[in-house]
Design a protein around this ligand. Structure first.
Ligand SMILES: *Cc1c(COP(=O)(O)O)cnc(C)c1O
Length: 389
């Protein structure tokens, strides 16, 4: 199929909920991907932070393929090994105690919200169920996740939203503390607001919120859907802040390209759910989990150090480019502010063979974590060219 045919059929049969780039991608390896004409692109997107090890990494393909040919699905009524292994590795790397598997980030966030409310109900009874989220947050597209999303643009059309969500100003501890009232059961945050424009929270703020949560027995929920699984140079971004959340949601990078979401439960919340409280038909799928085990085993301390180094390298090079007024983010999750419009630059980068993302008014980069030095330099060269035109 060529691009024009694909574009026509897509518009004939698929709803227009995505503004797609005019490219038909056909195959990829590592940080390189090709379109139908054979043109190659350097990938600084990882499919929005999903392909942690790039396209079709050998070990991941082998793990997934072997499991696919052995046992593809059983339902959660039976034990399967890959799901147990994934959960064990997640706990070991996160300091959390238990795991629940779903299929996406939004679904993981539905899980943390339900868990927080049940924790509070069991301990304090009805009425203490408000989730305090942050302005400019993004937690997903399902109804509760949308209700937790602190951006007015997402709060149209779909009324009524889910009750019991209030918002505090990110990085404003006095405002946050004033909203940690007797009806609040949890504070929910992203340490780096991804969709919100790659906006990192201040360490003092995150630590002060964590401390206040502990004092008031308000659960701390960290949404690691975008920041988790090595993206920021730690297994989970909260590990930069020396805090331990009560609930963590993760998804994107965990499956290496296959759909998976997970809720991680801390000491306080590990036994909140009992049989029948929560579930997912597809959650913990053995094929997806076989890939996740490979991702988790690949990410050792050396790998994470390299992520941090690559992030620092990209940051330094980009900061020196024309029109760049700032680079935000953590590790290999970067937001580039420009003194010109980002959209035309993103379009031109594509034409020159570089895939990048946007977040609000910034260019956003989420390169595969195992991208090579040569590929980074090739991508940077394209960015430099496009910004110099
Ligand atoms: C992408 C994202 C989500 C939603 O994940 P889906 O898999 O699209 O449901 C939730 N939270 C954050 C921080 C995200 O970046």
């Amino acid at each position: 199929m060529d691009f024009e045919t694909a574009k026509q059929l897509d518009s004939d049969y698929i709803i227009g909920s995505y503004a797609r780039f005019p490219v038909l991608l056909t195959q990829g390896k590592g940080a390189c991907v090709q379109d139908d004409t054979g043109k190659t692109y350097i990938d600084f997107t990882s499919g929005i932070g999903v392909n942690a090890l790039g396209f079709c990494e050998d070990g991941w393909v082998a793990a997934v393929s072997a499991q696919l040919a052995r046992l593809q699905h059983t339902s959660n009524l039976y034990y399967t090994e890959p799901c147990i292994q994934t959960a064990k590795l997640l706990c070991e790397k996160s300091g959390m105690k238990k795991v629940f598997f779903g299929n996406s980030g939004a679904e993981a966030n539905e899980g943390v919200i339900k868990a927080a409310r049940k924790y509070s109900f069991l301990k304090y009874g009805a009425g203490r169920n408000t989730i305090l989220a942050l302005e400019n947050s993004f937690h997903g597209r399902t109804m509760a996740a949308l209700s937790a999303t602190g951006q007015a643009a997402y709060h149209n059309y779909f009324f009524p939203f889910v009750d019991g969500f209030v918002f505090a100003k990110a990085n404003d501890f006095a405002d946050t503390l004033s909203k940690m009232t007797a009806d609040v059961c949890a504070v929910m945050l992203e340490t780096v607001q991804g969709e919100g424009g790659v906006v990192p929270l201040d360490a003092e703020y995150v630590q002060a919120v964590a401390k206040a949560c502990q004092e008031k027995d308000i659960l701390l929920i960290v949404d690691e859907v975008q920041t988790g699984l090595g993206r920021t140079g730690k297994y989970f971004s909260y590990q930069h802040f020396g805090i331990q959340p009560d609930l963590v949601s993760c998804a994107k990078g965990l499956g290496g390209g296959l759909p998976i979401g997970a809720v991680l439960f801390g000491e306080k919340t590990a036994s909140v759910f009992t049989a029948g409280d929560h579930g997912s038909t597809f959650g913990g799928n053995p094929v997806v989990c076989a890939g996740a085990v490979h991702i988790l085993q690949t990410m050792d301390e050396t790998f994470l150090e390299q992520v941090a180094q690559k992030g620092a390298f990209l940051r330094e090079k980009i900061a020196q480019m024309p029109h760049v007024t700032g680079v935000s983010g953590l590790g290999m999750m970067l937001g580039i502010s420009l003194d010109i419009e980002a959209k035309p630059i993103i379009q031109k980068a594509l034409e020159h063979g570089l895939l990048v993302l946007s977040a609000k008014e910034k260019i956003r980069l989420l390169p595969p974590l195992n991208i090579t030095q040569a590929q980074m330099e090739q991508g940077l060269e394209i960015l430099q060219t496009v910004l110099s035109q």
